[in-house]
Design a protein around this ligand. Structure first.
Ligand code: HEC
Length: 165
């Protein structure tokens, strides 16, 4: 190959390269979508697909089982649950003078009292879930039933009965 042909070849290659780069640049500036024109992911506008007909949720809370009053075995775990969920307010003995309860005026209800002990298991369960004193603030949402899992409630209430004066 003589030098002239080689030079021409180089010139053609440079020209082609320049054209190519120019084309890419034009392509970039005209075809890359701008941020403001991109489709946005509107999660709040997305529609949740409906569950198929007849579907049941698998996370239904387990029904609360109240142990047989003659069975003393659940009381040990009931005492532990009482320590988790109730003792801070209602106190070790149920008198309402727990480390948190002490700061209440009046102090939380005396769980040893005849009035509380006369309630049925279901009434006590309802008092945990909906009772006065168990809301976030005055007339706020009741929250205690979200804390106490249903499988703890039975032994817990059985233990509360042992606090009777
Ligand atoms: C954040 C503090 C707090 C915790 C935790 C708490 N209580 Fe109470 N509880 C109260 C207060 C305050 C009252 C209402 C006192 C009143 O109105 O006389 C109350 C009232 C009650 C009542 C009577 C409710 C009514 O409607 O008559 C029962 C029963 C009771 N509590 C049981 C429990 C049990 C069982 C637990 C544990 C699962 C528990 N509480 C946890 C503060 C608490």
């Amino acid at each position: 190959m003589n030098t002239r042909r080689l030079r021409r070849l180089i010139h053609v290659a440079i020209a082609a390269g320049t054209l190519g780069l120019g084309a890419v640049a034009i392509g970039l500036f005209t075809h890359v979508p701008e941020m403001k024109t991109q489709p946005k992911l509107q999660t709040h506008a997305a529609r949740m697909p409906l569950p198929p007909a007849g579907a049941v949720t698998v996370e239904r809370p387990a029904p609360v089982r109240f142990p047989d009053p003659a069975d003393t075995r659940p009381l040990a775990s009931g005492q532990v649950y009482y320590g988790y969920y109730c003792l801070p307010c209602h106190g070790q003995t149920g008198d309402g003078r727990g480390p948190v309860g002490e700061s209440y005026h009046p102090v939380p209800r005396d769980l040893r009292s005849a009035a509380i002990q006369a309630r049925t298991n279901k009434q006590l369960l309802r008092a945990i879930a909906e009772g006065t004193g168990h809301q976030l603030e005055n007339d706020g949402p009741r929250i205690l039933h979200l804390t106490v899992p249903p499988q703890h409630a039975g032994p817990l209430i059985a233990y509360v009965r042992t606090l009777k004066k």
